[in-house]
Design a protein around this ligand. Structure first.
Ligand code: PRP
Ligand code: URA
Length: 208
């Protein structure tokens, strides 16, 4: 069964609390999402595999460890885009893929309109990023697409998750670990997370 990791680092929690405030500007929301993503990148990469190699220091040869796997960040459009630069600050060599999904407002099921994935996506570690895990349809759909392309080592990183979304991803993809900074109460009748932070894509891009 997948593990659920609650990222309770004080800086992550502080920044998330600021983001929930409906009165902050689009600029501030964007900055905070990037900052919190950078902090989350540190936590989500904690168990990455390392391999031994050698390097010549100015003094002697040293046995050192470097990341063993190729890293890819997969952003679910649109709101996942707001997490990419923060993640890249810590993993600058990661490749970046994009999966375009929007929720049908009536069924709340995801509709795919775009994808572009790194070459050889089946190799290496993938971190799927999307700030909101609500019904879980978007995340589950994105992971399904990645699996169909051969990907195996997939982790999901969200900022706020609803219990319903966690359950759905765990049911459909029991091997995928989920990292989140908060598990909120529930979904409302429109599929929004309560209390959540509203529509992440709209707040990030100043749309409605
Ligand atoms: C939002 C959010 C997630 C999805 C979560 O995207 O960014 O991708 O909803 O909801 P779910 O777990 O019920 O699928 P949205 O569909 O609003 O598109 P946008 O990012 O382009 O605004
Ligand atoms: N998508 C969002 O952006 N916010 C929610 O609360 C649910 C889905």
């Amino acid at each position: 069964m997948s593990e659920l990791h609650l990222l309770d680092h004080p800086l992550i929690q502080h920044k998330l609390s600021l983001m929930r405030d409906k009165n902050i500007s689009c600029k501030k929301f964007r900055e905070l999402l990037e900052e919190v993503a950078m902090l989350m990148a540190y936590e989500v990469t904690r168990n990455l595999p390392l391999e031994e190699t050698k390097v010549q220091t100015p003094i002697a040869e040293a046995r050192v460890k470097v990341l063993a796997a190729r890293m890819s960040i997969i952003a679910i459009l649109r709101a996942g885009l707001g997490m990419v630069n923060g993640m890249l600050r810590l993993i600058p060599t990661a490749r970046v893929g994009h999966i375009g999904l929007y929720r049908d407002p009536h069924t709340l099921e995801p509709v795919q309109y775009y994808y572009k994935l790194p070459k050889d996506v089946a190799d290496g570690e993938l971190i799927v990023v999307d700030p909101m895990l609500a019904t879980g349809g978007s995340a589950a759909g994105a992971i399904q697409l990645l699996k169909e392309k051969g990907a195996r080592d997939i982790t999901l990183l969200s900022l706020i998750a609803a219990p319903e979304g966690i359950q759905r991803v765990r049911r459909e993809h029991p091997e995928v670990d989920i990292y989140t900074a908060a598990v909120d109460e529930r979904l409302n009748d429109h599929g929004y997370i309560v209390p959540g932070l509203g529509d992440a894509g709209d707040r990030l891009f100043g749309t409605e």
